[in-house]
Design a protein around this ligand. Structure first.
Ligand code: UDX
Length: 432
């Protein structure tokens, strides 16, 4: 199906779609990228990227000649055979994935074998089968996306693996997708559609499980005097466990983990299976965001009228994404306790302000800390490690620091005069 330089269609230019379009263009392919949002298409035509993703803006500008942005599906269908579906599938109130945008894309596709739909959107197992029932002649490939925000381009260009799922009748389309990814060198996993769909959900649910597991270990470490960062180091050296995703903290967030864990739980439930483990993973994550409150109360007593500074708001560094960020729950809980919340984030503050009513947005970390009774490090932006913490301590009303990501050096901070507490690490009284 594909020639060496394929003309690729990308439908939906959110995070995944824009990275996919830009990276395929960088590999030399011509891209037609469609979005229903005219404003977004207009700004992308001007080379303006509205999301914060390191390197994306530059790569888009570099490859501008190879990418056409449009709102017309006819234009995409005329020019391309492979259509990558990258629209979002947000959770509904029931926890199921909302597939309305995917359905709307499918409806617009002709019932022929000239085009092929490549599903990058995260969809529940069975979606591919139901699309093929509706459009039996349309070749369908499941090609789930594993990129991480903040390192999306690096992840796209150097994948650990590329999963390509296709059933009988779609092999040519699957081979065309395989040829697109071959130059990137990751292991190609050719499988059936249902398994490809499940690989994506299971991978994210497993990583979320790892995080909730280490967070529970951290909570036990706080009782026993062990240091979770040492425990994770010791565990991670076992190849069967692996070192990644064992960083304890104040919970996972973002556009994928919360949504995919809930979608898998819901998918299992809908098919009659009660996925017990995932209930615990979700509950641990919710409680983890709230544990900071008792840590603060230990030092400050009642939080009524206390000024609490949050350093970082985004769900992780190098992104402005606030979806399911721990800061949302934490700031609301602090306000619920009567505290005044002031926050600083180098890129997420502007977008976050409408989601954080009554939170004062500071324009620098220094101004956030000035006069604060305590500071909570929520997102591990590198600039927080570079802060002049001695000057910060002098500007604060009391020097209490809760490091929600175990990011700062405990000894340095204690030497600077802070009552420093991480997550799952011995406090100064217990001794290291
Ligand atoms: C994730 C998956 O990693 C990616 O493969 C998938 O395609 C989309 O979802 P992303 O949401 O961008 O990517 O972020 P990731 O780096 O995986 O972090 C998710 C959350 O987990 C963040 O809130 C992060 O702070 C938290 N986390 C991660 C931990 O709390 N501890 C860890 O050890 C790792």
């Amino acid at each position: 199906m594909a020639t060496e330089r394929e003309q690729v269609g990308v439908v939906g230019v959110g995070w995944v779609g824009l990275v996919t379009a830009t990276c395929f263009a960088e590999l030399g392919h011509g891209i037609i990228a469609l979005d229903v949002n005219e404003e977004k298409v207009e700004s992308l035509r001007r080379g303006e990227v509205t999301i914060h993703e390191p390197g994306l803006s530059e790569l888009l500008v570099k490859n501008a000649e190879r990418i056409t942005f449009t709102t017309s599906m006819d234009e995409v269908l005329d020019a391309t055979r492979l259509l990558f579906c990258c629209v979002d599938t947000p959770p509904t109130y029931s926890g199921d994935a909302d597939l309305s945008r995917v359905r709307s894309v499918v409806q617009q596709l002709p019932e022929d074998s000239e085009h092929a739909l490549v599903m990058k959107s995260t969809v529940p197992s069975g979606t591919g089968a139901s699309i093929r029932r509706d459009k039996p002649d349309l070749p369908y490939v499941s090609c789930p996306e594993f990129l991480k925000e903040g390192s999306a381009i690096e992840d796209f260009m150097h994948p650990d693996r590329v999963v390509i799922g296709a059933d009988a009748g779609s092999e040519d389309a699957a081979s065309a997708v395989e040829r697109l990814y071959e130059p990137l060198g990751g292991e190609i996993v050719r499988t059936d559609v249902a398994s490809a769909e499940m690989i994506k959900l299971a991978s994210n649910a497993f990583l979320a499980t790892k995080i909730s597991f280490i967070n529970e270990i951290a909570n036990v470490c706080e009782q026993t005097g062990a240091d979770v960062t040492e425990v994770a180091r010791g565990m991670g050296l076992d190849d069967r466990i692996g070192a990644s995703f064992l960083r304890a903290g104040i919970g996972y967030g973002g556009s994928c983990f919360p949504k995919d864990v809930s979608a898998l739980k819901q998918l299992a439930g809908n098919s009659g299976y009660h996925f017990q483990l995932l209930n615990a993973v979700i509950e641990v994550n919710e409680l983890q965001k709230r544990r900071v409150i008792s840590k603060l109360e230990k030092h400050l007593g009642s939080l009524v009228d206390k000024r609490i500074a949050l350093l970082g708001l985004a769900f992780k560094p190098d992104t402005d994404d606030m979806r399911e960020a721990s800061s949302l729950v934490l700031s609301a809980r602090l306000q619920g306790e009567g505290a005044k919340v002031v926050a600083y984030d180098p890129v997420a503050a502007e977008g976050a302000s409408s989601m954080l009513p009554d939170v004062e947005m500071a324009t620098s970390p220094e101004s956030a800390l000035s006069g604060a009774d305590a500071v909570v490090l929520v997102t591990e932006w590198p600039e927080f490690a570079e802060l002049d913490w001695v000057a910060a301590r002098d500007s604060m009303a009391s020097a209490v620091l809760i490091d929600g990501r175990n990011y700062l050096d405990a000894e340095t901070l204690r030497a600077a005069g802070f009552a420093y507490e991480g997550i799952g690490r011995p406090d100064a009284q217990n001794g290291a």
